[in-house]
Design a protein around this ligand. Structure first.
Ligand SMILES: Cc1cc2nc3c(=O)[nH]c(=O)nc-3n(C[C@H](O)[C@H](O)[C@H](O)COP(=O)(O)OP(=O)(O)OC[C@H]3O[C@@H](n4cnc5c(N)ncnc54)[C@H](O)[C@@H]3O)c2cc1C
Length: 312
């Protein structure tokens, strides 16, 4: 089982560790690390990688073309049964190119993967999580699978001191000639939305852009990250980075507080697996209450200030 893992600032992508945790239940696990940091390699060992192939990306090069070419050569030699990717931009770029190079299908948006005999079966949810589809990959291995974030919980285990093999990027000509000219890091304070233990999300019920301040205040008190619905993002009240849902981020905090959010299925699919869901909505029939553990029927402009007072 191979897991492709991007490295950022010397650390493996958290989504890669989720996939490693899953992969080690399926069989012997190798990580293909886009990077070479020793601390990242050690982390991958802690999460069960017996082997780590480190890809030496050229400085400043857009890595997908080279990574896919290197992995295609490596896969021909090592014959993995399954290669798993996360849903990030780079992972998807590499998976698509690898699919073309190997002539294998890639199944995306997986929420689970299992073997039935030698056949890889991929589970994914459609129509906002209301239907589950199982896809049996009948093509020759390796099966290429892209998994949704938070489908598996990252847990250290299967501790290894992995065997490390450095893999250079082959020359990919024009395909590999794109370079990164600038990287913009979005400034953010507080916990990251995808990793936060508590998420406070606001919807159109806030009524106006400046009312998102209520979300910030509540998040401040709780040490939470703020999220939003697409309606709020489309209205320009907050940046897209805060969008939770089908076309935004998937979150799985211990506590999700939905304020003025109706509970459209495209929103639910991004947060329904949260531990405890609290909804504040003035409409007692709002669909969000169907999945909420606790519901407050009321005007959020009255409820939230009281909550802020109570939190002190
Ligand atoms: C292809 C596609 C992809 C999509 N992807 C996403 C996605 O990733 N994420 C996402 O969120 N949406 C997504 N959507 C949009 C989704 O269908 C909904 O339109 C959106 O989630 C609604 O956002 P909302 O709950 O903020 O607004 P509304 O549906 O307008 O709900 C507002 C709620 O606020 C309540 N309210 C109003 N005033 C108050 C008040 N004073 N106090 C308390 N409650 C109040 C109302 O009762 C209502 O329930 C997608 C849609 C499509 C078609």
């Amino acid at each position: 089982m191979w897991v492709f893992v991007e490295e950022t600032n010397g650390a493996p992508a958290p989504a890669g560790l989720e996939l490693l945790t899953k992969a080690r239940d399926l069989g012997d696990t190798a990580a293909v690390l886009l990077g070479q940091d020793q601390a990242a390699v050690a982390d991958l060992g802690r999460y069960g990688a017996g082997t780590v192939f480190t890809l030496a990306a050229g400085d400043g090069t857009l890595p997908a073309a080279g990574a896919a070419a290197a992995m295609a050569e490596l896969a021909a030699a090592e014959a993995p049964d399954l290669i798993m990717f996360a849903l990030s931009y780079t992972d998807r770029d590499v998976a698509g190119r690898l699919s073309a190079r190997l002539g294998r299908p890639v199944v995306s948006n997986a929420t689970d993967v299992r073997f039935e005999g030698d056949t890889v079966v991929v589970v994914n949810e459609i129509f906002g999580g209301t239907k589950v589809v199982e896809t049996a990959i009948r093509a020759d291995p390796p099966a290429l699978v892209i998994a949704r974030p938070k489908s598996f919980t990252a847990e250290p285990g299967g501790e290894h001191s992995p065997t490390v093999t450095e893999v250079p990027f082959p020359d990919t000509g024009h395909a590999g000639s794109a370079v990164i000219t600038a990287v913009h890091v979005e400034e953010a304070t507080g916990p990251k939305l995808e990793e936060a233990d508590i998420v406070v999300s606001g919807g159109r019920g806030l009524g106006a852009a400046e009312k998102f301040e209520l979300m910030d205040q509540l998040a401040d008190k709780l040490g939470a990250a703020t999220g939003a619905t697409r309606a709020v993002v489309d209205a320009g009240w907050v940046p897209y980075a805060k969008q939770v849902g089908q076309t935004g981020k998937t979150v799985k905090p211990n506590l999700y507080i939905a304020c003025g959010i109706s509970g459209a299925m495209q929103h639910l699919v991004g947060m329904k697996d949260s531990g405890t869901i609290i909804a504040i909505n003035k409409d007692p029939d709002a669909p969000i209450f169907d999945i909420a553990d606790l519901g407050i029927v009321g005007d959020l402009h009255q409820v939230i200030p009281k909550l802020l007072d109570a939190l002190g």
